[in-house]
Design a protein around this ligand. Structure first.
Ligand code: ADP
Length: 344
């Protein structure tokens, strides 16, 4: 877009001077007051001086007025990590225009980030309240029934107390999971990365969930035959496997199989935990690792999950600077694959 810059303004002044002095010089030349050679040099000289002086004055005038604004905007941008580009040859108005434009862009990115965070926070609090409500109302219901006479009824008193206790366990699980996610997200949780044998850990954890898996009729099998050395936080990695195994059990079918395999990569090991359970529809996969995300609210609420297990898994893997992906087909099964740093 065409605009009046200091250079152009000075050029107009110079052209006006040229027009005026040419007229004057022609008169002087015609009347013979000055020789033509001198008379014609005068306009060029005068317009050159007019250009230089004009440019200097206009720049001084603008500079005095806008440099303060420019400096303020520039300082704000620099404080927010903008690049320090200050070109003496660039027109000060262009520079101001560019700085203000960049500042406005930065602001609008910031505002959309804040809006997104606000939406996320609202959604998160809503989800948390929703998760806590179910066990709290259940516990309240059982306690009220006991207080209103159930306590004296030997057919229900123990059963209702057990159910209330299960509700409390569920609340504790949600709060513990929340606590872990918060610590992982805020980076407060110190990781203690050591060289460890994955094969031994997987075997240990399979034994730990054996009761649960036997109850559900899901067999968990390790295909790791020899030691696989990795660099990881043993405690956190146990949590990853336990969450994946619990899901394979909860969303597996009776008589089903969950297998753990590893594949050596260059500097890493790829670990796969696969099951032949109910699987997950493709529309759910992109959001699966989000906090509280569930595939079909009813089916997992009934299994007692908090919807936080996979969010924790992802956080832990990412705290190791590694990544996790999921592949799944409804009715066929699910495979979680993640990497770990290999240790010699
Ligand atoms: P939850 O505590 O509800 O199990 P997760 O974060 O562990 O929460 O899992 C999120 C959702 O992903 C679950 O509600 C479930 O619907 C689905 N899911 C997770 N693992 C599997 C699996 N192995 N097979 C089928 N669905 C799964």
């Amino acid at each position: 877009m065409w605009s009046l810059t200091p250079r152009r303004t000075a050029l107009f002044i110079a052209l006006a001077t040229l027009a005026g002095t040419v007229l004057f010089a022609v008169l002087l030349g015609l009347t013979g007051t000055w020789p033509w050679s001198v008379a014609l040099v005068i306009p060029l000289l005068a317009s050159g001086i007019a250009y230089g002086v004009g440019l200097f004055l206009v720049q001084q005038f603008i500079q005095a007025r806008v440099s303060l604004i420019l400096r303020t905007v520039h300082d704000i941008r620099m404080a927010k990590g903008g690049s320090d580009r200050s070109d003496a040859d660039v027109d000060v108005l262009d520079e101001l225009d560019r700085e203000v434009g960049a500042w406005a862009d930065q602001r609008s990115t910031e505002i959309s980030g804040l809006k997104e965070r606000e939406r996320f926070r609202r959604e998160f609090i809503g989800n948390l309240a929703h998760e806590l409500k179910t066990p709290i109302f259940n516990i309240q219901g059982y306690i009220l029934t006991l207080l209103e006479g159930g306590l004296e009824d030997p057919r229900v008193n123990r059963d209702f107390l057990n159910r209330a206790s299960n509700g409390v366990d569920r609340l504790i699980k949600i709060v513990e999971d929340m606590d872990m996610i918060t610590q992982l997200e805020s980076g407060v949780m110190a990781m203690s990365i050591d060289r460890m044998d994955l094969t031994a850990l997987v075997k240990e954890l399979i034994d730990e969930v054996e009761m649960q898996s036997r109850e559900k009729g899901v067999r968990i099998v390790s295909k790791l035959n020899e030691a696989v050395w990795v660099k990881a936080d043993r405690g956190r990695l146990s949590q990853v496997f336990l969450n994946l195994f619990t899901n394979a059990i909860n969303y597996g079918k009776s008589g089903g199989l969950c297998e753990v395999r590893t594949f050596p990569l260059e500097d890493q090991v790829l670990i796969e935990v696969s099951d032949d359970g109910i699987g997950i529809g493709p529309e759910h996969l992109p959001r699966l690792f989000e906090r509280f995300y569930r595939v079909g609210m009813s089916r997992s609420r009934h299994e007692g999950g908090s919807g936080l297990g996979l969010a924790i898994v992802k956080h832990i893997i990412e705290s190791h600077d590694q990544s996790i992906v999921v592949k799944s087909e409804e009715g066929q099964g699910t495979t979680f694959s993640f990497t770990l740093q290999r240790s010699k």
